[in-house]
Write a protein that binds this ligand. Structure first.
Ligand SMILES: [Zn+2]
Ligand SMILES: [Zn+2]
Length: 499
């Protein structure tokens, strides 16, 4: 716990453990603990807790979390990094957590209110500062970034509600209930929390001064990045730089949990600074996706030649293939690639009758009609017929990528973070997968400096994975390259193994 932070002491005699069985087993013998746990296999390690002496704060938190999981039933355990972040946060510490795709960062704060409650807080409220919009640049002819409202917040609310946490977002029909403290999880964009008087005043109200247990700042670096990228985003910029004011609005000692999937080192420094989190506990899960082989390949003279293997795979396997996503930077390229695939495939672009629901290829950008977006979303989790999606960066937020075997970056993406995220969308099932970036030298003149350096380092010489991860991890990168690592390592390896 940070010095000077106020927190309720762990006192066995005090009534902080209001829950029935939870209190009972803290004072019970080691054998009965296990019997009292609704699901015995959850906290094997807790058998070892010596109840002759009062349990440590850490043991109490472990038990509280185990108890919440047992009651939920649907989540059997947390990954080590999720557990570490959650424990520190509910223990009153500031936490900066890097939980890349696959480690489930949202779950950490979704169950936090329940854990606070187990630890004795009455009616704990956790507020979540999270981006309400995504910025997508799809048109190469203008400097404008599209503001795309994302259903991210709605997804989060749905997920939290499904596990029994009352959740709502600012600025909707629940505002009255939110002000009265009826919701345990309250989500809102940085611009609302920081810039709108209504919510600032709410945080100072008796309800929030008494019940606010923690503040979560989700993907704060996006506000920073977006405000850098567009001159029209002055509101976002102001909100980002004033995020630190949250500290003065909430009760002293309220812990802040800053979460990110893929912030690069520079953005993280900014976030730490504005949130005054220099002393925060840092939790880091490596973004390395070992099962995804990485490729960096120059476009052939005729760019469409690079799509030949995709056309072959569609013809060979049809519905039996895993999904391939082809990411293009601009709408123009999306249309070109899609038209090319459709033309080359002819009747093979469909399975059965030539109706859109039978099409093996599809298109996805921000203005795609909802019913077509829906077809693609379903296919990515294995339910629809689309196997190859040509998309802009709009295909990202709030989407499950369960069934993706290959990701193609058709031209260098906007920044390193986008590359990492696109890579992470392949092979979510843990099976061998591929992510390949095609580029043309002249494209490199127009991209982000870091992307240029990443692509240009003469690819025959250094491991692509090391170069990618080096942008996100400040400690030595945890990579053990072999011939399945990347195109560079494959070239360097003499064993001719695997694939
Ligand atoms: Zn490598
Ligand atoms: Zn080898």
């Amino acid at each position: 716990m940070a010095a000077g932070r106020e927190k309720r002491p762990v006192d066995m005699d005090c009534a902080i453990f209001s829950g029935g069985w939870f209190h009972a087993h803290l004072t019970a013998s080691p054998t009965t603990i296990v019997e009292l746990l609704p699901r015995k296999n959850i906290v094997r390690s807790l058998i070892a807790v010596n109840m002759a002496t009062a349990p440590s704060e850490s043991e109490v938190t472990d038990l509280a979390i185990a108890s919440v999981l047992a009651e939920l039933g649907s989540i059997s355990s947390l990954q080590p990094e999720q557990l570490e972040a959650l424990k520190s946060f509910v223990g009153g510490k500031d936490v900066l957590a890097f939980l890349p795709t696959g480690v489930g960062k949202d779950l950490v704060y979704q169950i936090a209110p329940m854990v606070f409650e187990k630890l004795g807080r009455v009616n704990p409220i956790v507020i979540v500062v999270t981006p309400q919009v995504a910025l997508i640049k799809e048109d190469q002819n203008t400097e404008d970034l599209h503001l795309q409202p994302v259903d991210l917040m709605e997804n989060q609310i749905r997920e939290a509600t499904a596990i029994g946490v009352k959740a709502a977002q600012l600025g909707g029909s629940d505002d009255e209930g939110i002000a009265q403290g009826e919701f345990q999880l309250v989500l809102g964009g940085p611009e609302r929390w920081v810039l709108e008087d209504e919510w600032r005043e709410m945080l100072s109200s008796a309800v929030y001064q008494e019940n606010l247990a923690g503040v979560v700042v989700d993907e704060a670096h996006l506000a920073y990045k977006w405000s850098q990228q567009s001159k029209y985003q002055s509101e976002l910029r102001e909100a980002f730089y004033r995020l630190g004011e949250l500290r003065s609005l909430v009760p002293e000692g309220t812990p802040i949990l800053a979460l990110t999937e893929s912030a690069d080192l520079k953005s993280v420094q900014k976030v730490r600074m504005v949130l005054e989190m220099e002393d925060a506990h840092v939790v880091r899960a490596s973004p390395n996706r070992r099962n995804v082989r990485l490729g960096l390949v120059p476009f052939p003279r005729d760019k469409t030649v690079s799509l030949g293997w995709i056309i072959d795979e569609i013809r060979d396997k049809g519905l039996d293939m895993n999904c391939i996503i082809i990411y293009c930077r601009h709408l123009k390229a999306v249309n070109k690639v899609f038209s090319h695939l459709k033309y080359e495939l002819g009747a093979d672009a469909w399975v059965g009758e030539k109706v859109s629901s039978n099409m093996l290829i599809g298109i996805y950008f921000s203005a795609t009609l909802d019913k077509y977006k829906d077809r693609i979303r379903k296919s990515l989790v294995g339910e629809g017929s689309c196997r190859v999606v040509v998309a802009t960066g709009a295909l990202g937020n709030g989407i499950d990528f369960m069934n993706v075997g290959k990701v193609v970056m058709y031209g260098p993406p906007e920044n390193m973070e986008n590359i990492l995220q696109m890579v992470s969308r392949a092979g979510r099932d843990g099976k061998k997968a591929d992510a390949v970036l095609y580029y043309k030298d002249e494209q490199l003149a127009k991209v982000d400096k870091a992307v240029k350096a990443f692509v240009e380092a003469k690819s025959g010489e250094t491991c692509i994975r090391k170069r990618l991860l080096g942008h996100f991890e400040d400690s030595p990168v945890s990579v053990e390259p072999d011939h399945n690592c990347c195109t560079s390592c494959h070239r360097a390896c003499k064993c001719a193994g695997d694939r």
